[in-house]
Design a protein around this ligand. Structure first.
Ligand code: GNR
Ligand code: NI
Length: 174
């Protein structure tokens, strides 16, 4: 396994729609495992392939709390089959939008069809933080960030701060 560098906004690679995988082969399984290792180290509760510069429809999630047993979920080509009318609001963050958080409202439950680690088709209903996180990750596969769900004013403030922070760190490294 390997830890991969995480891309941060504003980066055009975070705005692209990703391609489905043709099948879950060893290279896709390695990507999933490397993404999980990267996510656990960060630490985060989810990670989508475009965040590590790979434009494929692959994501990983683990919403187990620290100290609890790990419950990794690996998905390729996830599809939202249906969502609840009931909505839920969580304060979201993103490894690609470091140090910024905002409330985002999403459906409270979502039924997802995906290819698992073995390439088998699975359907599963998610609720709570897992439902929010998986919807956040599927957004990434469509080039959408959580800041795209907040006001343009707040989004602009955050993107300007991220651009400034990047200029500063580039200057320090130079
Ligand atoms: O680590 C993460 N926490 C989080 C909290 C609330 C809603 C979504 C998330 S996902 C985020 C990791 C990440 O950026 N995944 O793309
Ligand atoms: Ni994210």
């Amino acid at each position: 396994m390997a830890v991969l560098p995480i891309i941060t906004a504003p980066d055009p690679r975070l705005k692209l729609a990703c391609e489905p995988v043709a099948r879950v082969d060893d290279s896709v399984r390695k990507l999933m495992d490397d993404m999980l290792e990267t996510m656990y180290l960060a630490p985060g509760i989810g990670l989508a392939a475009p965040q590590v510069g790979v434009a494929k429809r692959v994501l990983v999630v683990d919403v187990a709390r620290e100290g609890e047993e790990r419950t990794p979920i690996r998905m390729a080509n996830p599809e939202v089959l249906s969502v609840s009318d009931e909505m839920a609001t969580y304060e979201e963050g993103c490894l690609s939008v470091p140090d910024h958080y905002a409330d985002v409202e999403r459906p409270a439950r979502a039924r997802i069809r995906y290819l698992d680690y073995q390439g088998e088709i699975r359907e599963q209903e998610f609720d709570g933080l897992a439902a929010t996180c998986i919807q956040h990750e599927i957004d990434h596969l469509n080039g959408v960030l959580f800041i795209d769900h907040i006001s343009a004013l707040k989004r602009g403030i955050i993107l300007r701060k991220l651009t400034k922070a990047r200029r500063l760190s580039a200057a320090v490294e130079a």
